[in-house]
Design a binder for this molecule. Structure first.
Ligand code: GRF
Length: 233
């Protein structure tokens, strides 16, 4: 694990699955607020929405770290602008998928999160990661699961000719977008939609859904019974 500085925020780059976990200086203080780590691979518009929401004390959740597989992810800049510490765990730095997955788990563990939010994180979380964070890792997907799982949910729904699609927030399990569903929202497909226009409309709805339900999870108690998720306040 090496550490460097980009602007005011220290960046951890994890390149060794066995490196000791170091406490991040700015993340050691615990409070009652739910601690969230956000996993991103790209632009980070969902992350941006969470970074706005967490500014309100009554939101009940705080983004304490952002972890990415992509050293060029736009989400890294958003995090750094917001003063949130980041870690890069690039699969290219590891010999096997398992080593990368273990290193990812260790990088997230540094932040001691209550909840891990995969928001535009374009990789499958593996056994080592889920052994630690299963049951408290959620993912946002741009389709109405169980239809159109995988990396191209918007494109696949459009190609199938559906008239309504949307987004799904779900718990992460070992499958691809198969975990118990927390919340969904529908988006109507317009006759002239292409992948880009539809994706933009989905992302607008998706951000609202994500912010709303992450707050509910933080302020409530989440129970999973079989495939059924319940949040009590
Ligand atoms: C979201 O639509 C997410 O569901 C999908 O990729 C998009 C990420 O967007 N997997 P962003 O990086 O949060 O802008």
């Amino acid at each position: 694990m090496r550490s460097d500085r980009r602007g005011p925020v220290r960046i951890l780059t994890v390149t060794d699955a066995n490196a000791p976990i170091m406490d991040h200086p700015s993340t050691t203080a615990r409070t009652d607020t739910h601690r969230i780590v956000v996993l991103v691979s790209g632009t980070g518009s969902n992350l941006a929405a969470l970074l706005t929401a967490h500014l309100a004390a009554e939101y009940g959740a705080r983004v304490v770290g952002v972890v990415t597989d992509n050293p060029n992810a736009g989400g890294l800049n958003l995090a750094q602008d917001a003063g949130i510490p980041t870690a890069v765990v690039n699969p290219r730095d590891f010999d096997t998928r398992g080593e990368w997955d273990a290193a990812l788990a260790r990088a997230v563990a540094v932040f001691d999160p209550n909840l891990v939010v995969s928001a535009g994180f374009m990789r499958i979380l593996g056994a080592d990661f889920l052994a630690i964070f299963g049951g408290r890792t959620i993912n946002t997907h741009p389709a109405l699961l169980p239809s159109f799982p995988g990396a191209h949910g918007v494109r696949d729904a459009l190609a199938h000719g559906v008239r309504v699609t949307g987004c799904t927030l779900h718990l992460v399990d070992a499958g691809v977008d198969t975990g118990p569903i927390i919340a969904q929202a529908a988006v109507v497909v317009e006759p002239n939609d292409d992948e880009e226009t539809l994706q933009e409309r989905i992302k607008t709805v998706e951000r609202e859904l994500l912010v709303d339900w992450v707050g509910r999870i933080a302020r409530g108690t989440l129970t999973v019974t079989g495939r059924h998720v319940r949040i009590d306040f």
